[in-house]
Design a protein around this ligand. Structure first.
Ligand code: IMP
Ligand code: MG
Length: 196
């Protein structure tokens, strides 16, 4: 374990249980339908890989990469770095995220995808930090709610490190990004631009 890691918050076994439960719920809810899982890169790729194997439905997968534009305004705008390869019109879309923090990324992603006329849109996240929410967003499937701490592992990174940890860990507070820098530190891409 690295010096920066304070403790393990979610074990491999707990993660496996979360994926199995979410997979069961999704399978039940979408009976008779086909679902398109949309992985929000990069963080969600590990979760998507586990989740999809717990879903017993006809599935398609597509990937999208977005960067958060945020300045002083809480509205935040999301820029598409990599768009979907497929047309989602008329399809049942399930957005798969690693973690919901302020909610800004998902709010904008959901609004953007809604303009493409899918049959439905739902959101599934592995982890949720409800205390950090800046905008209201309904999340249909939540793996686990966690306290307001910076986590890494299971696809989640700190400056591109730790994505390969098989469990979720909390970092020491001197290595976790300070709050005013967190937009940069938590971004999935290097492209974070103030909107002013
Ligand atoms: P939001 O727009 O503030 O909800 O941002 C969510 C994104 O920030 C997630 O998809 C993650 O990529 C990143 N993020 C938020 N919290 C953490 C964390 O604790 N560790 C690593 N990445 C995080
Ligand atoms: Mg993400």
């Amino acid at each position: 374990m690295g010096m920066e890691i304070k403790r393990i918050l979610v074990s491999k076994e707990e993660i496996a249980e979360i994926c199995a439960r979410l997979g069961r719920e999704i399978t039940e809810d979408y009976q008779g339908k086909k679902v398109v899982l949309i992985c929000v890169l990069k963080g969600a790729f590990v979760f998507l890989a586990d989740l999809i194997r717990e879903i017993d439905l006809p599935c398609e997968v597509d990937f999208m990469s977005v960067s958060s534009y945020s300045g002083q305004h809480t509205t935040g705008v999301v820029k598409i770095v990599k768009d979907l390869d497929t047309d989602i019109s008329g399809k049942h879309v399930l957005i798969v995220e690693d973690i919901v923090d302020s909610g800004l990324t998902l709010k904008h992603l959901r609004e953007l995808l809604a303009t493409r006329n899918p049959a439905s849109i739902r959101i599934c996240t592995a982890f949720d930090k409800p205390e950090r929410r800046k905008v209201e967003i309904f999340v249909d499937y939540i793996g686990m709610q966690i306290p307001d701490e910076f986590i890494v592992g299971y696809g989640l990174d700190l400056d591109e490190r730790y994505r390969n940890l098989p469990e979720i860990a909390v970092l020491n507070s001197d290595t976790a990004p300070a709050d005013d820098q967190s937009e940069t530190a938590v971004s999935d891409t290097a492209e974070v631009v103030a909107d002013e």
